[in-house]
Design a protein around this ligand. Structure first.
Ligand code: NAD
Ligand code: GLY
Length: 356
């Protein structure tokens, strides 16, 4: 078991990573302050793990709220339904939500927790690799609108993160690899030593070797926890966590969210960002080559789908939240472990990278 802390003064919280943690209820029950607990999960995850979470909650007033599976469930309407479940439970201000599932459940349940009585506690119990290494840590919560992804939300930090790696045994291969992309991202942004470690252990990680997996998750979470501690609300440094995202979001949108999983789009986006950095004279080609090779070894895509339209992708990239009027702001790098914010990127350079 590995434990680290997201240091935010009085709102600091532990991230526990290891095998069998769901059954170790004395550990995570201590984070619950009141009597009411609402477990939010989805129809895929609940049959696998809900009973074990409930078994650990003897003595509390517990109810369960399930949503359907998929990104399309991350809606305002479902937040309203979670709030209605809290009302039925009679949840008081010291109530706690437990988010049991992937990033969709975690983002939605966390947002509901931020709204009920202007903010109650919640515990993240991530069950996808992506949620363990990214979405469950850092307090970004929210939902999608028909107009766009993650447009509504709140910064609301959990009381604890309980990452039980045993739950990954049932995770489909493609979802697992998408999580690996987010681990590579953390190393690519700010930790060259971790990147080299990933290169050394890529085969074991691909095979889901538990000891190495715990170490990889812990190193990524520790990196993210440090960034969040220094810049909780993304006034500066936290934007670096979006390496590959401007390209990636454009690819996801162009593919109507069916071509790539988010982590896959980020993998391709990171390679495009590396190539753009090369073109702008910021980094050498050997760094792009190492990044592409590692992603490929982990079974991730590194190229845009055939038939991608550069002009369409550039149009989508102009909508990114980081941009200011008329100017593209991207996260690029000076090489492995040295990402930085590039505030004024010329559109012809982006088009050149998208065009070949
Ligand atoms: P997801 O929640 O949709 O889960 C992926 C799939 O795996 C789903 O079908 C789910 O039912 C299934 N699943 C989950 N756990 C399982 C298990 N243990 N065994 C079998 N199946 C399981 O997707 P995700 O990749 O976990 O998260 C993506 C979401 O996270 C997006 O909405 C994205 O915007 C959000 N996100 C948020 C942050 C943040 O900082 N808050 C960061 C990154 C991503
Ligand atoms: N996933 C980016 C962030 O948490 O800031």
């Amino acid at each position: 078991m590995n434990e680290l802390t997201v240091a935010l003064g009085a709102r600091s919280y532990p991230v526990w990573i290891g095998a069998g943690l769901i059954d170790d209820s004395p550990r995570w029950r201590a984070a619950i302050r009141g009597r009411h607990v609402l477990i939010v999960s989805n129809t895929t995850v609940a049959p696998l793990y809900l009973a074990r979470v409930r078994a650990g909650l003897e003595g509390f007033l517990v109810d369960t709220h399930l949503i359907g599976d998929g990104e399309s469930e991350k809606t305002f309407a479902n937040v309203g339904e979670v709030l209605a479940s809290l009302a039925r439970l009679g949840a008081t201000r010291d109530a706690c939500i437990i988010a049991l599932g992937g990033g969709v459940v975690g983002d939605l349940a966390g947002f509901a927790a931020s709204c009920w009585m202007r903010g109650i506690d919640f515990i993240q119990m991530p069950t996808t690799l992506l949620a363990m290494v990214d979405s469950s840590v850092g307090g970004k919560t929210g939902v999608n609108l028909p107009e766009g992804k993650n447009l509504v939300g709140a910064f609301h930090q959990p009381r604890a993160v309980v990452a039980d790696i045993d739950t990954l045994a049932s995770l489909p291969d493609r979802e697992y690899r998408a999580g690996l992309a987010e681990i590579v991202k953390g190393a690519a942004i700010g930790d060259a030593g971790f990147f080299a470690w990933l290169e050394d252990h890529a085969d074991a990680l691909e095979a889901r070797e538990p000891t190495l997996l715990v170490e990889a998750i812990a190193r990524k979470c520790a990196y993210k926890a440090g960034v969040v501690s220094r810049d909780e609300t993304e006034q500066g440094e936290r934007a670096l966590l979006n390496l590959g995202h401007t390209f990636g979001h454009a690819l996801e949108t162009a593919g109507h969210y069916t071509t790539f999983l988010h982590g896959e789009a980020v993998a391709v986006g990171m390679v495009l960002a590396a190539r753009l950095s090369e073109r702008m004279g910021m980094a050498g080609s050997e760094d792009t080559a190492r990044l592409s090779a590692l992603l490929q070894r982990l079974g991730l895509p590194i190229a845009m789908p055939g038939g991608s339209d550069p002009d369409e992708l550039l149009r989508l990239m102009r909508l990114d939240k980081k941009n200011t009027a008329g100017v593209l702001k991207l996260i690029l790098w000076r090489g492995i472990g040295r990402a930085e914010i590039a505030p004024g990127v010329a559109e012809q350079d982006v088009l050149a990278v998208l065009g070949n």
